[in-house]
Design a binder for this molecule. Structure first.
Ligand SMILES: C[S@@+](CC[C@H](N)C(=O)[O-])C[C@H]1O[C@@H](n2cnc3c(N)ncnc32)[C@H](O)[C@@H]1O
Length: 194
């Protein structure tokens, strides 16, 4: 998705490279805010706990939270379930908060956080993927999950399902919040090869 500030910055960059504008034009640009597909809204802690319980997260798991916000799902998975985890977020401010939270929880040896676009992130190392995104973002992400995750990997989403093409195996609710659960099956891998 594009935003006006990002477009302006790219136009300036192109014009500068083409010699149409002096290099000092780049310095005059305001910092470009990341173009987020979903705003930051944290998952309540009770819902985090239930997501991790439904996915049976344990010490042998590698959990990826795509759009990790302040890192609460990854940090809880490490602190309460002994898992290793990676949080991905496009917003550097969120990643800064997540790192601080990991430090406070004493789990920096088991977690890492990275500023990155979830649509450009390789999730093949994950045994569990957690999501709190939006319906259209989940739907766009589904083919990547089918392609990259191993058979038996689990996916848990707060609030939104994956549309009619991937009905959940389990659903639950905590304090009026829906949770959806899927596992990767051989047929999903086959579907990505056709
Ligand atoms: C609804 S919040 C969920 C935060 C956290 N997972 C939780 O459940 O508490 C969505 C997060 O996705 C991040 N985000 C939005 N678009 C993204 C993208 N394309 N790549 C990576 N992160 C993104 C936002 O910065 C925000 O922190």
């Amino acid at each position: 998705m594009d935003t006006l500030p990002r477009r302006r910055a790219l136009i300036t960059l192109g014009a500068t490279a083409a010699g149409l504008l002096p290099a000092s034009s780049l310095l005059a640009q305001p910092a470009v805010a990341p173009s987020l597909d979903v705003p930051f809204v944290p998952t309540p802690q009770e819902v985090v706990e239930r997501m991790l319980t439904i996915a049976k997260v344990g010490k042998n798991d590698v959990l990826f939270d795509l759009g990790c916000g302040d890192g609460r799902i990854v940090v809880t998975a490490a602190k309460e379930h002994g898992a290793r985890g990676t949080g991905i977020d496009l917003d550097p401010e969120r990643i800064g908060e997540a790192r601080k939270n990991a430090q406070q929880a004493g789990v920096t040896d088991r977690v890492s956080f990275k500023v990155a676009d979830l649509f450009e992130t390789d999730v093949s190392a994950a045994s569990v993927v957690t999501l709190y995104l939006l319906p259209n973002v989940n739907t766009r992400l589904r083919p990547r999950l089918w392609k990259q995750l191993k058979v038996g990997s689990r996916v848990v989403s707060h609030a939104f399902d994956m549309g009619p093409e991937w009905p959940p195996e389990k659903t639950d609710s905590v304090e009026g919040r829906s949770i959806y659960y899927w596992t990767i099956k051989p047929e999903h891998k086959r579907a990505t090869k056709t």
